[in-house]
Design a binder for this molecule. Structure first.
Ligand code: XIL
Length: 409
């Protein structure tokens, strides 16, 4: 046992060393675009192609379409709820007009889709798939395996005792296989696992990790991840399979940990197609750091040249993490900074798309009135993290991105 731990520590060190060497020649300066942004100048400018620019609603006929504006580079999507899918409503019009890839905000998580061992609820995801087929949209499945929004039955037997690794592996394979097979050919991308890395480095100490651990005895402890990806790939070999996590864009050590783990899984032949960056950023986001962390992750293309990243849950909080206030004053300076950060991020996304490493950018919600950031991490907050406000008006950040797309076309 001690020998195994020593070997795995040596392996981790060797991999870390190879990442540092691989990244050593790429300076932040070389990676940054060096381009400025015109968003401050164009926000609220009426001279653009669209009439009555500041009073345009996201569902209006004369409004532009976000996904059409960026279609030469990547899909633009949003998280939504089946209640948004009522034909004839403003919400429905916004979804159809503005986005071409969708994911359920909650309806395809383990607690919603597999609440008890013998019960599967496919209805919500089926509704989304039906809508997507009718309107020629793509669907992301979020998420098969997570420590949160996951029912306890997976981990306990009828007497309340923790199940064995064998039982949990069997449940995991059955769960993944049943869901992915049911939506074979209909769900284009799966977040197979979500948030598997912990906040203090290494793997998250979840029930999945604790119970399954090093199941095959090969010295690494992420076997539940390997099992989930393998089962998903067997169930739908054409679906894109993603490992999704937060803070990969801001924490270099988390990006390196992700790189090391995925590298050794790819070398073992585990079918992982890409990494999803949730991208819950705030208005102070440092885009050079985002760029250099993404460069670390994209070194995985040395192993799999088709490896991609996806932006899976983008929003930009108007509060920094440590700020506990509930209201923010939207001064001109604040809005200009917010718009500039969005523009810089999208400039980076365009560059990545042009390199062939990114083809999907999904927002976590489509309007400020219905964002999870109004209740997290501080409840009763009024946040403004998206491009469409709570009245469905197009915000200046939206127009900045339309201007950016036009200027790059
Ligand atoms: C959030 C939903 O938006 C909320 O409605 C729910 O109460 C909690 O989960 N990272 C994820 C998403 O991967 O699934 C989370 O969604 C937001 C953070």
């Amino acid at each position: 046992m001690k020998m195994k731990q020593l070997l795995s520590a040596l392996l981790a060190f060797a991999v870390l060393f190879s990442v540092m060497t691989a990244c050593g020649n790429t300076s932040t300066d070389e990676l940054s675009s060096g381009e400025g942004t015109a968003s401050g100048e164009t926000a609220g400018d009426d001279t653009a192609t669209y009439v009555n620019r500041d009073n345009v609603y996201a569902y209006d006929e004369e409004a532009p379409s976000l996904y059409e504006a960026f279609s030469q580079w990547f899909k633009v999507g949003t998280a939504m709820n089946p209640s948004d899918l009522v034909e004839g409503t403003e919400e429905f019009e916004i979804l159809v007009k503005q986005y071409n890839i969708f994911t359920l905000e909650n309806g395809s998580k383990p607690d919603a889709m597999h609440p008890s061992e013998d019960v599967y609820n496919f209805t919500q995801l089926e509704q989304l798939v039906e809508f997507a087929n009718e309107y020629d949209k793509s669907v992301r499945g979020h998420t098969l395996v997570w420590h949160s929004q996951c029912p306890d039955w997976f981990f306990y037997d009828d007497d309340g005792n923790t199940v064995s690794a064998d039982v949990l592996v069997e449940r995991l394979i059955e769960h993944v296989t049943t869901i992915v097979s049911h939506f074979k050919g209909e769900v284009d991308v799966w977040d197979v696992v979500n948030e598997v890395l912990g906040d203090s480095g290494g793997l998250r100490d979840s029930m999945w990790y604790q119970i399954i651990g090093d199941y095959d005895g090969d010295g690494d402890s992420y076997d539940y991840i390997e099992i989930a990806f393998t089962a998903a790939h067997e169930a739908d070999p054409d679906a894109r399979l993603i490992i999704n996590d937060y803070s990969l864009e801001s924490s270099e050590s988390k990006a390196i940990t992700m790189y090391m783990m995925v590298k050794s899984m790819l070398e073992e032949g585990i079918p992982i197609d890409g990494i999803g960056l949730q991208m819950h950023v705030d208005y102070t986001v440092d885009v050079d750091t985002v760029r250099s962390n993404i460069e670390i992750l994209l070194k995985l293309r040395n192993i799999d040249p088709d490896f991609v990243i996806e932006i899976t849950e983008l929003d930009m909080s108007c509060f920094t993490w440590s700020d506990t206030s509930t209201e923010v004053e939207l001064t001109d300076e604040f809005v200009e900074q917010f718009d500039t950060k969005y523009t810089e991020l999208f400039e980076l996304f365009i560059e990545l798309a042009e390199e062939g490493t990114l083809d999907s950018v999904v927002f976590w919600g489509y309007n400020d009135g219905a964002t999870w950031l109004n209740s997290y991490p501080v409840s009763g907050r009024t946040n403004h993290p998206l491009l469409i406000d709570s009245d469905y008006k197009l915000k200046s950040a939206y127009w900045s991105l339309i201007d950016l797309a036009e200027s790059k076309s």
